[in-house]
Write a protein that binds this ligand. Structure first.
Ligand code: DX5
Ligand code: ZN
Length: 214
C-alpha cells in the first residue's frame, strides 16, 4: 500500500520535526491539503508552506487542492514542488483542459470526487488520469468519520478502470485508520491518506507502518 500522511494534522509550529519523522517512516508520499475558504468552509495553508516542506523531504508531494478554479494555479503548484496535482471534479468547468495543463507542466494528474459525486462521471476522462481520489468524508476538516458508501464507490471505480484498460490509481481520503483502511484495501484502493490516525497516534511511525502493510 502507498501511504500518504496528511500534513493537515501535523504540528505546524514544529513542521520540520514532523516532516523529518515522515522522511524516516514508511510513508511513500506526503499529502498536502490546500483549502481556500470558498470551495470548503476552512482555510489551511498555501504554496509557500508546500515549498518549505518540499525543501525538507525527498518524498513526492501529493497536493490536494480544495479550491475553486484550481486550473489557474498549475504553474504555482509545479513550482512549489508537487509530484501529483489533485483537482476536485466539482471545481473544474473544463476538466479535460485542466488535466492537459497539469500534464503539460510535468506533473501527474488526479481528480478528486466529493462523497455525493458519482464515479460514473469520470467515464470519459479516466484514461487520462494517473489517479482518482475518492473523498470518504466531506472535505474541509481532519478527524471526521469514514463514510461507508465509499467502499461501493471504490469497487465501482475499480471496474471502470479495468474496463478502460487504464492503470489509474485509487486513493481514499478521510477517516482512514487501520480498520477502515483495511476495508478500502479489500475493496481495491491503492493509496491511503491518513491525518489524525497518524499524527494522533502514540507512535506515528508505527501507525504508518501498520497502514503500509494492510
Ligand atoms: C480533508 C482532507 C484530508 C484530511 C484527512 O478535507 O482532505 O486529507 O487531512 O484527515 P483525517 O485522516 O483525520 O480524516
Ligand atoms: Zn486531502
Amino acid at each position: 500500500m502507498i501511504v500518504a500522511p496528511s500534513l493537515l494534522s501535523a504540528d505546524f509550529a514544529r513542521l520540520a520535526d514532523d516532516v523529518e519523522m515522515l522522511e524516516r517512516s514508511r510513508a511513500q508520499w506526503l499529502h498536502c491539503d490546500v483549502m481556500d475558504g470558498v470551495f470548503v468552509p476552512n482555510i489551511s495553508f498555501g504554496f509557500p508552506v508546500i515549498k518549505a516542506v518540499a525543501a525538507l523531504t525527498d518524498k513526492p508531494l501529493d497536493v490536494h487542492l480544495m479550491i475553486v478554479d484550481p486550473g489557474r494555479y498549475v504553474g504555482q503548484v509545479r513550482d512549489a514542488g508537487a509530484m501529483m496535482m489533485n483537482v476536485h471534479y466539482e471545481a473544474c468547468t473544463h476538466l479535460h483542459r485542466t488535466i492537459q495543463s497539469i500534464h503539460g507542466a510535468g506533473m501527474k494528474a488526479a481528480v478528486t470526487l466529493n462523497p455525493a459525486t458519482p464515479v460514473a462521471l469520470l467515464r470519459d476522462i479516466i484514461q487520462d488520469l494517473d489517479m482518482v481520489l475518492l473523498m470518504s468524508v466531506n472535505p474541509g476538516f481532519g478527524g471526521q468519520s469514514f463514510i461507508r458508501h465509499t467502499l461501493d464507490k471504490i469497487r465501482e471505480l475499480r471496474q471502470l478502470i479495468s474496463l478502460a484498460g487504464s492503470d489509474t490509481l485509487i486513493e481514499v481520503d478521510g477517516g482512514i485508520n487501520r480498520a477502515t483502511g483495511a476495508e478500502c484495501v479489500q475493496a481495491g484502493a491503492d493509496v491511503l491518506v491518513a491525518g489524525s490516525a497518524v499524527f494522533g497516534a502514540q507512535d506515528p511511525e508505527a501507525e504508518i507502518a501498520a497502514l503500509a502493510t494492510l
